[in-house]
Design a protein around this ligand. Structure first.
Ligand SMILES: Cc1ncc(COP(=O)(O)O)c(C=O)c1O
Length: 373
């Protein structure tokens, strides 16, 4: 047996710094922490598709798709997803973490320069670490800084960025990155975890909205957020998807997702076109909240999406605001170092289509009351 005291001491130290992470049960409050942006996670049509999928294909995939073969629902859904995004091919992954881990490490090795927006998600960083690639971090959303790094690090390279940033809610200058990727002959991969279902025609993502599908080599999207299910997908040319099947370790060495969940994902894609009001409501409500927070003088960085950071500075302020809001019925999570840089601790508000205008207004009033307390 190991000596647990060392771990206990470390955890207590984290707690003293306001950095301890705890699992909590799902609160019965107005929830501003959920990624269920379109309020689909409890949609009866998805529950029905999941149940039917389980009856038809089983609850378990029984192994890696390369070993056991995969239920037909996987290939059918990949074809549908490829058509939906306007891409040649698509490959399902178990979640966004596994997709990013797999795709970065499949395409990059110790000879590759990888260019990362500093604020990229941990799953992309972990993929870079696994690949052993040479990591160059450019300033957040800064094409000039990216170009400086591209100029000084010639050779095989890939640029990785999110399209909607998970902590700041701002949008990457994708068109400029696409031009740079073309100019310097490097790959470009975009993580649309927070854009799929929300941005672009019918929720097809920001890359689609900007007409860049032909200029982005790989697009990653997740199904556990706006689509209300679980899993992820990588879109690209057939060659690149074939490469992933052969080199993405998180795809090769892992039991595939539940076919029942894949059936629900397939149905969720239909719902995006059938119930466009969800997206429209979400975008309208997000705009309303951003505008009200700014009018009250809160710093929401450059958010242009349903993810709205409210920067409060130190960890203690973020925790105090979160606790105050919780006592008034609002569930909003304090985000601290190391998830965000020191001194930028914040509340991260995720607007969902299920919120009402009245709830958003009451939330801002409550935040003002905390500030004045
Ligand atoms: C930008 C980004 N990429 C990838 C992921 C991982 O996706 P998943 O939650 O499906 O593992 C997340 C989710 O936390 C994310 O915010």
């Amino acid at each position: 047996m190991i000596e647990a005291k060392w771990y206990l001491d470390q955890l207590q130290e984290r707690d003293a710094q306001g950095l301890l992470r705890r699992l909590r049960s799902n609160p019965q409050m107005v929830n501003f922490a959920s990624n269920d942006y379109l309020d689909l996670a409890r949609h009866p049509a998805l529950a029905e598709a999941c149940a039917q999928g389980a009856l038809k294909h089983g609850t378990g995939s029984t192994g890696s798709r390369l070993l056991t073969g995969s239920p037909t629902i996987f290939a059918e859904t990949e074809q549908k997803l490829a058509l939906w995004k306007g891409s040649q091919a698509a490959l399902l992954f178990n979640n966004g973490y596994a997709a990013n881990l797999g795709l970065v490490s499949a395409f990059c090795d110790s000879e590759t320069h990888v260019f990362f927006d500093r604020l990229n998600h941990a799953s992309l960083y972990d993929g870079a670490r696994l690949s052993g690639a040479r990591l160059h971090r450019f300033k957040h959303n800064d094409p000039q800084d990216l170009e400086r790094l591209l100029q000084t690090n010639p050779g095989k390279g890939w640029v990785f960025t999110e399209s909607v940033f998970s902590m700041d809610g701002d949008l990457a200058p994708l068109a400029q990155y696409a031009s740079l990727a073309q100019k310097y002959r490097v790959g470009l991969a975009v993580d649309e975890a927070h854009a799929d279902g929300v941005f672009g025609p019918g929720g097809r993502g920001l890359v689609h909205e900007l007409g860049l599908m032909d200029q982005v080599d790989l697009v990653m999207g997740t199904f556990g957020k706006a689509l209300g299910c679980a899993g992820a997908c990588v879109w690209g040319s057939q060659v690149l998807v074939d490469w992933l099947v052969n080199h993405a370790r998180s795809f090769i060495y892992s039991t595939a997702n539940s076919p029942a969940v894949v059936a629900a994902v397939s149905r969720a894609v239909d719902l995006l076109d059938q119930e466009p009001w969800r997206r429209e409501d979400l975008l309208r409500l997000s705009g309303l909240l951003r505008q009200r927070l700014q009018a009250e003088g809160f710093d929401i960085l450059q958010s242009q999406s349903q993810i709205i950071p409210i920067v409060l500075g130190d960890n203690a302020s973020a925790i105090s605001a979160s606790e105050f809001l919780a006592t008034h019925g609002f569930w909003v999570f304090p985000i601290r170092q190391p998830t965000v840089p020191a001194g930028t601790a914040r509340l991260r508000v995720n607007v969902n289509a299920s919120h009402s205008e009245a709830q958003l207004i009451a939330f801002v009033d409550c935040l003002c009351a905390w500030r004045n307390s």
